[in-house]
Design a protein around this ligand. Sequence first.
Ligand code: NAP
Ligand code: GDD
Length: 373
Amino acid sequence: MKRPPPPSRRPWPAPNGRRILLTGVTGQDGSYLAERLLAEGCEVWGMVRRSSSFNTQRIDHLYQDPHETDVRLRLVNGDLGDGSSVNRILKRVRPHEVYNLGAQSHVKTSFDIPEYTADITGLGAVRVLEALRDLGLDDTRFYQASSSELYGGIGRSPQNERTPFHPRSPYAAAKAYAFHITRNYREAWGMFATNGILFNHESPRRGETFVTRKITRAAARIARGMQKTLYLGNLEARRDWGYAPDYVDAMVRILRAKKADDYVVATGETHSVREFCAAAFARVGLPLEWSGKGLKERGVDARGRVLVQIDERYFRPSEVELLLGDASRARRELGWKPTVTFRQLVEIMVDADVEAIGGTAPPAAPAPRRRAR
Ligand code: NAP
Ligand code: GDD
């Protein structure tokens, strides 16, 4: 993954006295959220779990110089599976706000490690909430990273805050527990506990095993002659894909709203994996023609080379076929709206992957504009 640029030499904003704890700070969303909160002048603490290899690439630019007294990202060791570490960290930090972004977040993997997923993605939320309650941190605001995967197989769209849940994976079942326990702590104990039901959001910092990044990275590498073929699973699946920094902005709005509540965050547009793939390959100058059906489907370039093939290993035991969100409540009550279109998102991601391998990005994408809705 390409390292984000170092922070500018401008002085950081004056501290605003707000202490914030992020779990999942090393992930895609955690890194953007940490940047955003630091830029506001908050004191940001991130929980980092032990790893046998480096797992801080996305945030190195935020904390790498410990001698700079004005850099305010602080990292503490902990694990959502270990209640005592969660408790100890909260006791030390006594944050005004907690964003619980940590999770085993890969849906396909959750079928292989369902118990672990339930423990971290599900019970992790109650460990944080219960520690807050135990420590008497009643005023601390809590954000839970809930997911559009909750809607799963509902077969009804667009999905909004009133749409029933139908989890279709161990990941989604764990997220359903976390969603409900968050709501329960709000109702039972009066805590300011909120859920953002976020639809898929992507960026150049997206993990390489999620489909969008897998595609943009492969398109860049294939264009450069570093890879021959991209193997994918279900091309028919449709997702409502947005831009991660926009979604991090929605998290902050949800947590700073007047009233604790649950909000859907989505673009209101849905596209298939095939469409995403076609747009990414077109961006690197390799427009694809599709031929064949099912497992025999192929994406072929103008020279007749087979660049995309299907591999059944990437299919899921139960699939979520269609996600399409209706974020009109977030729009109305929080003033939130997405700023990046589907096409711009593909271009941002492809161009970053082209640059990461030392290539030249295609003609600059126009700066993200407000969406014409
Ligand atoms: P991500 O890039 O996969 O990041 C997940 C984070 O959780 C990483 O920092 C990871 O640490 C951490 N983590 C994993 N296991 C942990 C444990 N046992 N204890 C503490 N931390 C642990 O995910 P993301 O895309 O940023 O998503 C952030 C959150 O939003 C996740 O909860 C995800 O399920 C949810 N969500 C994401 C989307 C989306 O489209 N991106 C949509 C809806 C909801 P390592 O770096 O050490 O692995
Ligand atoms: N990962 C992956 N790899 N997915 C593939 C592939 C492949 O090779 N081929 C097709 N797909 C399809 C999946 O079957 C799925 O329908 C769709 O692409 C998107 O898969 P992912 O990118 O892995 O994301 P996800 O939608 O399952 O989950 C993401 O979004 C959720 C929000 O709806 C994750 O970020 C979750 O953590 C998040 O909650």
